[in-house]
Design a protein around this ligand. Structure first.
Ligand code: CMP
Length: 139
């Protein structure tokens, strides 16, 4: 059964481009409520752990380097059918394939530097939310 929460990050490329505000606005205008929110910076070790599932992929090193190069915004978002609806809102991993009106179409630069992360399953949404937030940081 679909849960009502997902996890997102606004990635270093979007933070560097000063796009935190418009990206959060697209999320809230699409009906997602902010349950938890944090501005932080990952070490290489933390970025490696977060993306451990991709460890064997050829782009893993590049991904860890990118995700630890500057601050990010992490958030837990709530809405009915959150994981699926949020992936529609952010669009395809490769912005060249992202549909009009999606966050990646508007803000992402490339398949690697793609502005935002969105959990791909309810299970991963819970794991990823727990990676960043304690119970005391969720409302
Ligand atoms: P994300 O949705 O956060 O999950 C895995 C990330 O790996 C993805 O977004 C991209 O940032 C990155 N990624 C996926 N495919 C590639 C690729 N072919 N080359 C470089 N980075 C990639």
């Amino acid at each position: 059964m679909a849960t009502n929460r997902t996890f997102t990050m606004i990635k270093p490329d979007a933070v560097e481009a000063n796009n935190i505000g418009p990206i959060l606005a697209m999320m809230t205008e699409a009906g997602f409520k902010v349950v938890a929110l944090k501005y932080t910076k990952l070490t290489q070790e933390q970025a490696g752990l977060f993306y451990e599932i991709h460890k064997e992929r050829p782009f893993y090193g590049e991904l860890v380097e990118f995700m630890s190069r500057g601050p990010i915004v992490a958030a837990i978002l709530e809405k009915d059918n959150a994981v699926e609806d949020f992936r529609k809102l952010i669009g395809a991993t490769n912005p060249a394939q992202a549909e009009d009106g999606t966050i990646r179409k508007r803000f992402a630069k490339s398949i690697g530097e793609n502005a935002v992360h969105g959990s791909d399953s309810d299970e991963n949404a819970a794991i990823e939310g727990d990676f960043f937030f304690s119970k005391l940081e969720r409302f």
